[in-house]
Design a protein around this ligand. Sequence first.
Ligand SMILES: NC(=O)c1ccc[n+]([C@@H]2O[C@H](COP(=O)([O-])OP(=O)(O)OC[C@H]3O[C@@H](n4cnc5c(N)ncnc54)[C@H](OP(=O)(O)O)[C@@H]3O)[C@@H](O)[C@H]2O)c1
Length: 353
Amino acid sequence: MVATGAQGSGGRLLLRSTSRRAGLRAPGVVAMKIWVTGGHGMVGTALYRRLAMDGHEVLAPASRVLDLCDRRAVDAWLASHAGIRVVVHLAGRRGGLGARLADPTGFFLDSLAIVTNVIDATRRRGINRLVFVGTACVYPVDAVQPVVEEALMTGPLEPHNEGYALARICGTRLCADMNAQFGTRFLTLHPCNLIGPRDCFDPESGQVAPSLIARIERARRMQAPSVKVWGSGRACRDFLYVEDFVDAITFFVNNPDLVPRDRPWLNVGGGRDVSIAELAQRIAETAGYRGRLEFDVSRPEGVSRRLLDIHRVTALGWKPLTSLSTALARTIAWYRDTLPDSPTPSLSDSTGV
Ligand SMILES: NC(=O)c1ccc[n+]([C@@H]2O[C@H](COP(=O)([O-])OP(=O)(O)OC[C@H]3O[C@@H](n4cnc5c(N)ncnc54)[C@H](OP(=O)(O)O)[C@@H]3O)[C@@H](O)[C@H]2O)c1
């Protein structure tokens, strides 16, 4: 996938706030050639559209074209694409908890290879700027909430996420070390749970929000009297609409001078958390499902609370704009539109941002 826009030489700071989905190219942005890994995923698709809209030339080879686990292939691909100014590294091996438990070694090795091959090749090609996307799972299970960036590597990780999280910790560390040793401007963004179109809506193996949407939508279509929600419903999570996360990425792509010199990693979250019970209730209301929510305490629910402290990133000029209600309404509307056999009752999207 390649979008062609004007190509410039720069990458200098020209913008402090983004155009924020106004459907307009952000003013003053210097167009660049940008390599987006994972450009066909949930975040990548939205990011690709935004960067192209800002006039950047975006290169986003799919995994069947470029396997990022293959170090030599990554080097060769970069060598044949001159002029890349910025890399946005989103790619990560797909698969929910089931896939991770079935093949923890393969999952860990692939995750690590994808992270390190791209970061290392970027630096060796002399590309000075990279935005690496990590995850809130990098923080210890017992971290004080809301979790600050300083909590990285201060305690044990969630056991079932260890391989995935360790790979992202290595990437975070690698970016920081390269900045210190080689003067690069590599930045890691650690997002909370994202909500939005093109997520994995598998009722069994998806993340909490998309799998709840899938189960509640199925219950609504089948007019089932109740729907199961995994766990007690008391665990709390932080959610962010995917377009808000794309805002954060483009904000740092367009504002390279904002990469912190000390601890070059930033939390990106919604700034507040909700219980899974409240999330399920709001999905049911938005979807128009009137049955009962039954909490299945025999199912795992992970850590009791995970909320990211976003003071550092908001002090730099980014903040979340989309309410949870709007994020859910838009996501459910997209989900219905993509299900061919689903009738599409109108959704209220009146909550604003
Ligand atoms: N979604 C969330 O809630 C969330 C939360 C925190 C962090 N994150 C992180 O944010 C990033 C983007 O998330 P997402 O939801 O957009 O992920 P996604 O939809 O699962 O997309 C993953 C992307 O990685 C690519 N990929 C996987 N293995 C590859 C390989 N061996 N070589 C080349 N490309 C490969 C896939 O390419 P193909 O499609 O071409 O196969 C796909 O485009 C991921 O790193 C994820 O861990 C996501």
